[in-house]
Write a protein that binds this ligand. Structure first.
Ligand code: ATP
Ligand code: MG
Length: 298
C-alpha cells in the first residue's frame, strides 16, 4: 500500500521505545502519541510512526511495508537468517548505527559447570529466542546441539530442567547470576540501528529522509562530544592539544591582563577522563570546564 507519508516502524513498548522516541523528537518530530494506538502521527512533518513488536520490524522493512525502522541488530540479523532460509527478501539499507540498545547475545551455563570452549556444548540442549544466530555460531565451531525454542524466560530453562545451557541477551549479567548461570561465550554484539527499505523511495519521501539524516547525525555526534574550555600556558599549547581527542583546530583567545596564558576552546570527540584533566592541570592548565553539547551541524 502506497502512502504519501513516510512510515517509520519502532518498538511499541520495551527496551528501545523510550530512546527511539526521544531520538526522533530530538530531530524535530512532534509525535502525537496515544499509548493504545498502532500509528502515531507526526504533527509537523508528513511522517507516521508505526508502533509494533520489535520482532516484526525487520520484516516490515524488508517487505517494503514501511520505509524506515529502528531495531536491535540482534533481531535484524536473526530475522535475516530466518527469512533467508524461507527464501524471502532480506534486503535493506543501514542508515546509521545508533548509540543505545547495547547488549550481547551470549552462551551461559550453570555456574558449577566447567567450560572448556564451545565444544563443551556438544549434544547439549540450548534454550534460546535466537535459534538462527546460535545455529550459525555453533556450526562455525563444528558443534552439534539441540535447540530449545523459548520466546521468554530463557534464563530459567536450565533450573527448570528444560535445557542444559542458554543463549540469551545480556547487558549487565545480573539476571544470569540471579539464575545461577555464568556467561561463557559472547556470540553477537548488538546496538539499535536505523534501517531503510531497499527499494527506491518516491522523491518527496527521500527528500524528507535526506533532511532528517543530518539532524540525526548531529544529535548522535553531539551526544558523544564535549565542549572543553580551559586556560593554558602559551608554551604548553601543543602538549595540551595532544591530550584532547579530536581537537585539531582549537580556538585560542587572549586573556585580559595575562600575557602568559590564553583561553582555549575545543569541541572534543569524547568526554574527558579525570586522569586527562589531571594531566592537563599538571601541564599548567586551569579553569578546565567540560560542557555537554545539545546539537551540532557540520
Ligand atoms: P517486544 O514486545 O517488542 O517483542 P521484547 O521483549 O522482544 O519486546 P525487549 O526486551 O524490549 O524486547 O528488548 C528489545 C531490544 O533491546 C533487544 O532486542 C535488544 O536489541 C535490546 N536490548 C538491550 N539491552 C538488553 C537486555 N539486557 N536484554 C534484552 N534486550 C536488550
Ligand atoms: Mg521481541
Amino acid at each position: 500500500m502506497e502512502t504519501k507519508r513516510l512510515r517509520i516502524a519502532m518498538q511499541k513498548s520495551g527496551r528501545l521505545s523510550q530512546d527511539s522516541q526521544a531520538l526522533l523528537k530530538s530531530c524535530g518530530l512532534k509525535i502525537n502519541l496515544r499509548e493504545d494506538r498502532l500509528i502515531a502521527h507526526v504533527e509537523n512533518m508528513p511522517i507516521d510512526i508505526l508502533r509494533v513488536r520489535d520482532d516484526d520490524i525487520p520484516g516490515l522493512v524488508m517487505d517494503g511495508v514501511v520505509d524506515l525502522g529502528i531495531v536491535g541488530e540482534n533481531v535484524l540479523e536473526e530475522t535475516m537468517l530466518e527469512r533467508q532460509a524461507l527464501g524471502l527478501s532480506v534486503e535493506y539499507k543501514t542508515l546509521r548505527r545508533l548509540d543505545y540498545g547495547d547488549c550481547r547475545l551470549s552462551l551461559a551455563i550453570p555456574q558449577e559447570q566447567v567450560w572448556s570452549g564451545p565444544e563443551s556444548l556438544a549434544g547439549a540442549r540450548i534454550a534460546t529466542t535466537y535459534p538462527n544466530l546460535l545455529k550459525r555460531f555453533l556450526a562455525e565451531q563444528g558443534v552439534k546441539f539441540k535447540p530449545v525454542m523459548l520466546t521468554g524466560s530463557v534464563e530459567v530453562a536450565p533450573r527448570a530442567g528444560l535445557a542444559d545451557a542458554i543463549c540469551d541477551l545480556v547487558s549487565s549479567g545480573a539476571t544470569l547470576e540471579a539464575n545461577g548461570l555464568k556467561e561463557v561465550q559472547v556470540i553477537y554484539r548488538s546496538k539499535a540501528t536505523l534501517i531503510q527499505a531497499a527499494q527506491e523511495l518516491p522523491a518527496d519521501k527521500q527528500a524528507l529522509v535526506d533532511k532528517l539524516m543530518p539532524r540525526l547525525q548531529g544529535m548522535l555526534q553531539a551526544r558523544e562530544s564535549k565542549y572543553i574550555m580551559l586556560h593554558a600556558p602559551k608554551d604548553k599549547l601543543a602538549e595540551i592539544s595532544a591530550l584532547l581527542p579530536g581537537a585539531e583546530n582549537p580556538t585560542i583567545m587572549d586573556l585580559a591582563g595575562d600575557t602568559n596564558h590564553v583561553a582555549m576552546h575545543v569541541v572534543s570527540s569524547e568526554s574527558l577522563f579525570w586522569e586527562t584533566m589531571e594531566k592537563l592541570k599538571a601541564l599548567g592548565a586551569s579553569s578546565i570546564l567540560v560542557l555537554p553539547i545539545e546539537k551540532m551541524m557540520e
